[in-house]
Design a protein around this ligand. Structure first.
Ligand code: OGA
Ligand code: MN
Length: 215
């Protein structure tokens, strides 16, 4: 699936409130949480696609770093992932990418972030898995500007674990976000450290990054 070229979009982006709300949140505080960003039906379709790919053996153990320095480090992260650019085209993913494309255009139009393309992967955290505190921007800077994670877990309850813990540098506090189906979390990749707390259930998500042209 080609994700490096901007998706086709005819005309002006529709002015859905959810996109404007994310833009306003990011402008004000650098992060945003939108419950129901993706509707139930579309989220369920994406989950079916994720399960199909997982069962077909398309997921690999995730590593840290990139390119030649990428290493599998189970003490740091234990999720399994399938990158978007290795996936076959499918309607559920295309629908979500179209949503992200509208978001990209709204963010560029209002915040002048210069978001240029998007990279992403499906992820499964098996029971017991976590991702220790980290920053999404690589040390050698790959142009990641905004991290966006969509969750695919219906019927998530507080005892299930797997919350995203976002560290808020200004307030010196933290915020735990439940990985509930349809919720989208966005945050500035160079600013917010975060971690995935140990999950007790199999936890599915679609994590991705809007990038600017890297030098
Ligand atoms: C990541 C990540 C957060 C989440 O993939 O880099 O931090 O909630 N994911 O899945
Ligand atoms: Mn991360």
């Amino acid at each position: 699936m080609n994700v490096s070229a901007p998706l086709d979009f005819n005309g002006d982006p529709p002015l859905g409130d959810k996109y404007a709300r994310i833009a306003a949140d990011v402008a004000r505080q650098g992060w945003s949480v939108q419950d129901g960003f993706l509707d139930g039906e579309s989220t369920a379709a994406l989950k079916i696609e994720a399960l199909r790919l997982r069962e077909s053996g398309a997921y690999r153990r995730a590593g840290v770093g990139r390119g030649e320095t990428m290493q599998v480090r189970p003490e740091l992260r234990r999720d399994h992932i399938a990158w978007l650019d290795g996936m076959d085209e499918n309607d559920a993913t295309l629908h979500y990418l179209r949503e992200l494309e509208i978001l990209r255009q709204v963010l560029n139009g209002s915040l002048f972030l210069g978001l240029f393309d998007f990279e992403g992967h499906l992820a499964e955290y098996p029971p017991g898995a976590f991702y220790r505190r980290h920053l999404d921007q690589h040390h050698d800077s790959d142009g990641r500007v905004l991290s966006c994670v969509l969750y695919l877990n219906r019927d998530w309850t507080p005892g299930d674990g797997g919350e995203l813990r976002l560290y808020l540098p200004d307030e010196g506090g933290q915020r735990d976000i439940a990985p509930r189906a349809g919720t989208l979390v966005c945050f500035l990749s160079s600013v917010f450290e975060h971690e995935v707390l140990p999950t007790h259930m199999s936890r599915h998500s679609f994590a991705g990054w809007f990038r600017r042209r890297a030098l």
